[in-house]
Design a protein around this ligand. Structure first.
Ligand SMILES: *[C@@H]1O[C@H](CO)[C@@H](O)[C@H](O)[C@H]1NC(C)=O
Ligand SMILES: *[C@@H]1O[C@H](CO)[C@@H](O)[C@H](O)[C@H]1NC(C)=O
Ligand SMILES: [Ca+2]
Length: 255
């Protein structure tokens, strides 16, 4: 039992909450004691990465279903101390956002010398610890996958439905961010999303039937036109653009 790994799939309670929130990530609470770097390596091998904790809602849920032996766990937060201290997320391409920080009272404090690695405590607040400490840790699995093939919008939709789940739907900023993570590795300037325009109804819709509530359109796009679908920029601000759906781009499937 000592080495047993408690794998907590958030999907367990999928039936209890709305699909929008649930499909974002799968968390895994790993109760093996590792240094921060070892934990990062483990997560990257077996999952996607150490968790990025910008979504406290998800973490609160994790704690609600934890087996009771929950304690502090490494998250993907690390500091660099050449000159001034600056915090980063382990996941490449995710900027640390100062307005989302969630330090415990008095942290970060470098209490025992340099404390350059981030932990999340039972109260859901962050602390800094020496990266050489051995702690449990939190990994997560991505729910989105970039397909490096150039396809028209419709062929992309068919591909996703055949091989995965669907062309991706984005209904909030956290999902937008997670999809950006994938989009940046595309070989085309845009990636198709599951967003399309119903000409006769003059309506943009997600192929998953979600309502287009959260929006991230580029400002100077073309007028709505028949045969248009929605694509995300793979560089810059990752805004959404209206594209002729016969154009061929990489695309992102939900899994
Ligand atoms: C930082 O987070 C705040 C609050 O969630 C958000 O409004 C803002 O756009 C974020 N900034 C960046 C650069 O992502
Ligand atoms: C897809 O298109 C891009 C841009 O035109 C090109 O660089 C890339 O090699 C193409 N990928 C494939 C798999 O054909
Ligand atoms: Ca500390």
């Amino acid at each position: 039992m000592a080495n047993m790994q408690w794998t907590l799939l958030l999907l367990i309670w999928m039936g209890q909450c709305c699909v929008i929130d649930c499909q974002l990530y799968e968390f895994h609470y790993i109760n093996k004691e590792k240094t921060w770097t070892e934990a990062q390596q483990y997560c990257r091998e077996k999952h996607t990465d150490l968790v990025t904790v910008t979504n406290m809602k998800d973490i609160k849920r994790l704690i609600n279903i934890s087996p009771g032996n929950w304690r502090g766990a490494w998250i993907g937060l690390y500091g660099q101390t050449d000159g001034t201290r600056k915090w980063h997320w382990s996941l490449p391409g995710v900027e640390f956002n100062e307005s989302e920080k969630n330090w415990n009272t008095g942290e970060p404090n470098d209490k025992t010398g340099w404390q350059n690695c981030g932990i999340i405590w039972k109260n859901l607040k962050w602390g800094d610890l020496s990266c050489h400490d051995h702690q449990y840790f939190l990994c997560y699995d991505d729910k989105y996958i970039l397909i490096n093939k150039n396809k028209t919008w419709e062929d992309a939709l068919i591909y996703c439905r055949d091989h995965h789940h669907d062309l991706v739907t984005i209904t909030n900023m956290d999902q937008q961010r997670a999809v950006q993570q994938e989009a940046q590795f595309a070989s085309t300037d845009y990636v198709w999303m599951g967003l399309s325009y119903a000409c006769t109804l003059d309506l943009w819709f997600w192929v998953s039937d979600e309502v287009v509530r959260y929006k991230n359109w580029a400002l100077d796009g073309p007028m709505d036109d028949c045969d248009m679908s929605g694509a995300m920029e793979t560089k810059g601000n990752h805004q959404w653009c209206k594209k002729d759906d016969t154009e061929k781009f990489n695309f992102i499937c939900s899994t």
